[in-house]
Write a protein that binds this ligand. Sequence first.
Ligand code: ADP
Ligand code: MG
Length: 702
Amino acid sequence: MGYILDTEITYLPGVGPKRAELLQKELGIATFGDLLYFFPFRHIDRTKIYRISELSDELPYVQVIGRIVNISEAGAGRNKRLTAIVTDGSGSLELVWFQGITWVAKRLKPNTDYLIFGKATRFGAHFSMAHPEMDIYNPEQEKLTGALQPVYSTTEKLKNNRITSKTIMGFVQTLLTLAAGRIDETLPPFIIEQHKLMTLPEALRNIHFPQNALLLRKAEHRIKFEELFYVQLSILSRQKVRQIKVNGHIFSRVGEMFNRFYNERLPFPLTEAQKRVIKEIRRDMVSGKQMNRLLQGDVGSGKTIVALMCMLLAIDNGYQACIMAPTEILANQHYESITSLLGDLPISVGLLTGSTRRSERNTLHKSLEAGELQILIGTHALLEDVVKFNNLGFVVIDEQQRFGVAQRAKLWEKNDDPPHILVMTATPIPRTLAMTLYGDLDVSVINELPPGRKPVKTLHYTDVKRNVVFGLMREQIKKGRQVYVVYPLIKESDKLENLKDLEDGYESIVRAFPPPEYVTVVVHGQMKPEDKDFSMNLFVQGKAHIMVATTVIEVGVNVPNATVMVIESAERFGLSQLHQLRGRVGRGADESYCILVSQVKLTKESRKRLETMVTTNDGFKIAEVDLQLRGPGDIAGTMQSGMPFDLKLANLATDGQLIQYARTVATELLDQDPLLTSPRNAILKNQLQKLELHRTDFSGIA
Ligand code: ADP
Ligand code: MG
């Protein structure tokens, strides 16, 4: 007989084929194990019972004990509903059902006490509860199930098929009884002992049915620790394997191109931070190991030139290099700044994006494969199988958070020996998060801006003060400076509405800044590339005073003469986006301004975001606040694409300490046994293989 948790869910008493199919489709529960790891999203304190007279709109889900005094059906067809009135002596409460009416009506017993659970909503003078959970009240039984009762998420479809949270609770109860004594531990005993963890069977029982809050916390701790520990173990052991088994190209020479660039072409002295980072990278390049390095540096800190100089090292040693950027605009910008930095140095540079013409593409492919093309700059078009390098030695990935781990791996596979990889990000990532998302990378930081930069002054105005904002814009334009005005693009589906915002905004700006005295251009994501380029170029060349744009300018544009960034509906932007946008100004030597324009009425969170922007320019501080403000769901969406496997319980945003702890444990373990070959680590090796086998398929990530 196989392992009990691998049993198909259909064999659980009370489930059967029809319900099994629903559970699989709606909740992804296919096996006993899936059910056991389908954790409740919260527990309700069954010790608290409210009087009906105590109910209020503010209360979350509550339970009351009441006797049914009246049952009636009303309406017809789709509007049909069933109501029951219950009283508990202190008042009366209406219960309503819109679905499954016949089934419910058959089961409700008048003049019987029920334990009723649900959310009470006020309607005029009385309270009503829609689709409550109901059990005939039995004081004896209540004591048995323990004080904290699990609540599971269900779907409309499940509810319609009468699989409620209660039903799932029943399944789990059955399963725990069935599986008692037959659940395999997934951590070795020495770890459980050393770190005083609950055993797995204990933790699984308590995560569903804790006898008290302390036991629930201990169960959560065990499960979170395990999740984070295996994530770290996976990341770190991959790194170990790479260090032991994979050879890196050795760039031993500092050669002609690097030296000529340094002596003839360097447009400014490098900052100390830039020099230090180049040294760090160079050290990796002669180590004989493959480099995987994260380069963090705030917007405008000068990452491009660092990347270029490292590419020159590769070229001097006979290798090719490439830069991969997340957007076409950014790829173009890199292409332009790199070709202009290189000037007349004899280095061939190519640009490959989605809009590269087919004929041009073919030529590029050929010269790349022949090894004639030395630097290729592009978007994820670089990842396509037809793009073959002759000997790729160095890869730069800009703005990494938009690329998944798998994409990094894909570039790897373009050669027998993997190239050195430099991942550049302007979004500072809090340490604990970096440890998980980029745990296999070494980190370099450019913590210094080029000299002469004045920090951008950030001001917040509500939209009733728009005249003040216009005044400031006018003043700067009079001084010969340029201005950005940005409108949010929240969701893809908002596109049309958003363009309306943008168009209205454009009109009001043209009214306040009439041509021909002022020239205003518009740039947004849905324009034809030619039109977009045309407008952009007017602005870049200083021929337009104002650029009205959506967030397409978030990354890439570099116009040192622009000194004002006006962000409209600033409350609708995320913190890191606001910070990125602000980084578009303050690139020249003049005092620059970032002006956040918002509604008067703000939520607590958006107020905090705007305040943070006004009070600090420090990207790391901003990232910390961002992480605190953004919910786990949000983080899950944007960040977890970088994870080796999904987390069910642990939270990257809030479990920072535990991440650190799990990482330390994993590091110590691998230091002693890098390939996990010792018998006492057998469980770990096994479990890791199992998890990695089941891990999310990354290939779909765009
Ligand atoms: P980011 O790190 O945001 O990619 P860039 O590489 O685009 O920053 O550099 C921002 C601007 O700063 C560019 O105009 C670049 O030429 C300039 N720059 C970079 N390094 C220095 C330096 N050491 N001294 C002066 N200006 C610099
Ligand atoms: Mg950049």
